[in-house]
Design a protein around this ligand. Structure first.
Ligand code: SF4
Length: 236
């Protein structure tokens, strides 16, 4: 209720997706309000940090603004109820999709954690590369290539060194380079997929229910403070 409309209109993903998904009507409250829903989901747990990718940093910034305004309006026992969380980025905070744009289910350019090996390899094969590398004999630059970004996150330092050397000297072809990236991804995903397959659907539901119960308990603590600060109830 206290969120300014202009804050939501300013969130970069709002404009970006409207430009990219031209076939869909995104002028809806649901789409505009989505980052606020995320903000509520964050603030409910009063975290100090939010581990996100670079493109979500603006959503965390919105979350901070919402917390700041709430704290400005309402205090509980003379203290701020909602801490402003910080973004927690990894050294490689951005993973491009197979078409080089931001990876997003809406763009159909994702590599999923559930993708079996042949699918991962097929997706890598069609992935875009450094646009300057048109012919096999042209040198490229992994820093300008989405496949290079995948290598930086998933490949060993040895493979990464081979990629830099081979790409910049045109010593390797993109097909070979992509197959190394696929190797690294498959190696990472296989144990995850095997572990997921070892659980029955019932066990998965129990795990989700257990996590949900813990989250609910934590969220309720926050909500008690929020209601008390807003003088909607007496402190519990
Ligand atoms: S060799 Fe690898 S890093 Fe270089 S342009 Fe091709 S796919 Fe990208």
């Amino acid at each position: 209720m206290i969120t300014s409309l202009s804050w939501l209109e300013r969130v970069p993903s709002y404009k970006e997706q409207q430009e990219n998904l031209t076939g869909k009507d995104l002028t809806t409250y649901g789409f505009l309000g989505y980052p606020l829903l995320q903000a509520a989901d964050i603030l409910l747990y009063q975290p100090r940090f939010v581990p996100v990718g670079q493109d979500q940093a603006a959503h965390v910034e919105l979350t901070r603004e919402v917390a700041r305004r709430f704290n400005h309006f309402y205090k509980f026992d003379a203290r701020e109820v909602l801490p402003e969380p910080d973004v927690l980025l990894t050294p490689s905070p951005k993973l491009p999709g197979t078409d080089g744009r931001k990876m997003s289910k809406s763009y159909g350019n994702t590599i999923l954690m559930t993708d079996p090996e042949p699918v991962v390899r097929q997706k890598l094969k069609t992935m875009v590369t450094d646009p300057a590398r048109i012919r096999r004999t042209d040198a490229g630059d992994p820093d300008k290539c989405p496949v290079g970004d995948l290598h930086k996150v998933f490949s060993t330092p040895e493979t990464l060194a081979k990629v830099y050397e081979g790409c910049r000297s045109a010593g390797i072809g993109c097909i070979e380079c992509k197959s190394w990236a696929a190797d690294a991804l498959v190696q990472l995903l296989e144990p995850i997929q095997a572990r997921r397959a070892s659980f029955s659907d019932l066990q998965v539901e129990e795990i989700l229910e257990d996590g949900s119960e813990r989250a609910r308990t934590r969220a309720e603590q926050t909500m008690q403070e929020v209601r008390a600060a807003m003088q909607l109830t007496k402190p519990g």
